[in-house]
Design a binder for this molecule. Structure first.
Ligand code: HEC
Ligand code: HEC
Length: 351
């Protein structure tokens, strides 16, 4: 109902000004309201089980906001600058580059299937407890989007066509920071990944994967002990572990203290959140600092028992894998490429 009223309202305005040749503005054609996507095979959660499910209206608004560079101080950076759809919303560089070419110290993680998490931990160190809380951070981060919330709101309020979509999504046209965050978070919640060859095999299709992938599966859930931490439908426990990544053996310290920054507990030094492994082929280079180039190098890192340091997770130990077994683990991870996250930036935005 509301969808037509927004289109008609804008059309009526356009008629007054110039005559309305197209019933729907260009930006609405580029980003129509769509039903919420169905979770793909392998994702057994539903939106209905969330405390507050996304709505199609908020997801549409959030999709514009996520890709809109006008949220940044100089109009050059959007969320998608670092969270690229073609990389499953991660990025192909070790660390992010934000406004004025400034480099961060951590890699932009993917966020597929994040509507449902075992524990509400966002960021590599878990310092945000909700996607909403998370979404406002980068806008104000001086090396990411370099803006202030007030300036961001002024910019959005200066775009006449945005207000009707805030009304459509939230009931009144007010443009506020919590609403911006909620809409973006709802868009993020619809980015899923499943129906991979691995899911189809687990669902009973014996021909969906090779024998090598099946061997990798046995190892992942057996001898290689990967599922101690990479577990559940998104292959993560959403908790923090120290694998020794980023340990400087000469200086005897971590370049990035990780979870310790949040908890101040000694044992959390160098511990980072377990990343989900769906679409992992698209996250290279790997780890919080992008220090490992290939999945094969990641497996070798585990095979060697991580990097020795005073806080290494007791769950990490040398694995004695053969070359063939290491290749099989890589093949298993490659079989986690699925569908449900794919998107392209809208070709037009409210003006
Ligand atoms: C300049 C690059 C950059 C921009 C722009 C950016 N991000 Fe990020 N994002 C990152 C980095 C780097 C991290 C990891 C930071 C950390 O762990 O401390 C991150 C983390 C996240 C996470 C956490 C994922 C998880 O698994 O914990 C989400 C969600 C996210 N960003 C969403 C957004 C949204 C929404 C926007 C736009 C409002 C945005 N990002 C803009 C680089 C960026
Ligand atoms: C003790 C918990 C734990 C175990 C066991 C474990 N992982 Fe991880 N995994 C992590 C954590 C934590 C990270 C991120 C570490 C960092 O960035 O410092 C990670 C990162 C990864 C990454 C990089 C993903 C990305 O997007 O950058 C891959 C791939 C991976 N693990 C695969 C495996 C495989 C294969 C095994 C079994 C051989 C395994 N893991 C065992 C906790 C674990």
């Amino acid at each position: 109902m509301r969808r037509t009223s927004v289109a008609n309202g804008i059309c009526a305005l356009a008629l007054l000004l110039s005559g309305c040749s197209s019933p729907t503005p260009e930006w609405e054609q580029a980003n129509p309201i769509q039903p919420l996507p169905e979770p793909p095979l392998g994702i057994s959660s539903t939106f209905a089980e969330l405390e507050e499910a996304p709505t199609p209206e908020r997801v549409r608004l959030g999709r514009w906001l996520f890709y809109d560079t006008r949220l940044s101080a100089d109009g050059t950076i959007s969320c998608a600058t670092c969270h690229r759809p073609e990389n499953a919303f991660s990025e192909p560089t070790p660390v992010s580059t934000g406004i004025d070419g400034q480099k961060g110290t951590r890699k932009a993680p993917s966020f597929v299937n994040l509507a449902w998490t075992l524990y509400p931990h966002f960021f590599w160190d878990g310092r945000a407890a909700a996607l909403e809380e998370q979404a406002l951070g980068p806008i104000e981060n001086p090396i990411e989007m370099g803006n202030t919330h007030d300036a961001m709101l002024l910019a959005l309020r200066g775009v006449p066509a945005y207000a009707p979509y805030f009304e459509e999504a939230f009931g009144t046209p007010e443009i506020s920071a919590p609403r911006v965050a909620k809409a973006i978070a709802d868009y993020e919640r619809t980015r899923m990944s499943g129906n991979s060859p691995w899911d189809r095999w687990r669902d009973g299709d014996e021909s969906a994967v090779s024998e090598q992938v099946k061997m990798g599966h046995e190892l992942f859930f057996g001898k290689a002990l990967c599922n101690q931490c990479h577990l559940g439908q998104n292959f993560t426990d959403n908790l923090f572990h120290n694998l020794g990544v980023g340990w400087d053996a000469e200086q005897k310290r971590f370049a990035d203290l990780g979870r310790y920054v949040v908890t101040q507990k000694e044992e959390d030094q160098g511990a980072f959140k377990t990343p989900g492994l769906r679409e992992v082929t698209k996250h290279a280079p790997f780890m919080h600092d992008g220090s490992l180039q290939t999945l094969r190098q990641v497996v070798e890192h585990y095979d060697e028992g991580g990097i020795a340091n005073p806080h290494l997770s007791p769950k990490i130990e040398p694995l004695d894998l053969t070359q063939e077994e290491m290749d099989a683990l890589v093949a298993l991870m490659e079989a986690l490429e699925g569908e449900g996250y794919q998107d392209t930036p809208p070709t037009a935005f409210p003006q």
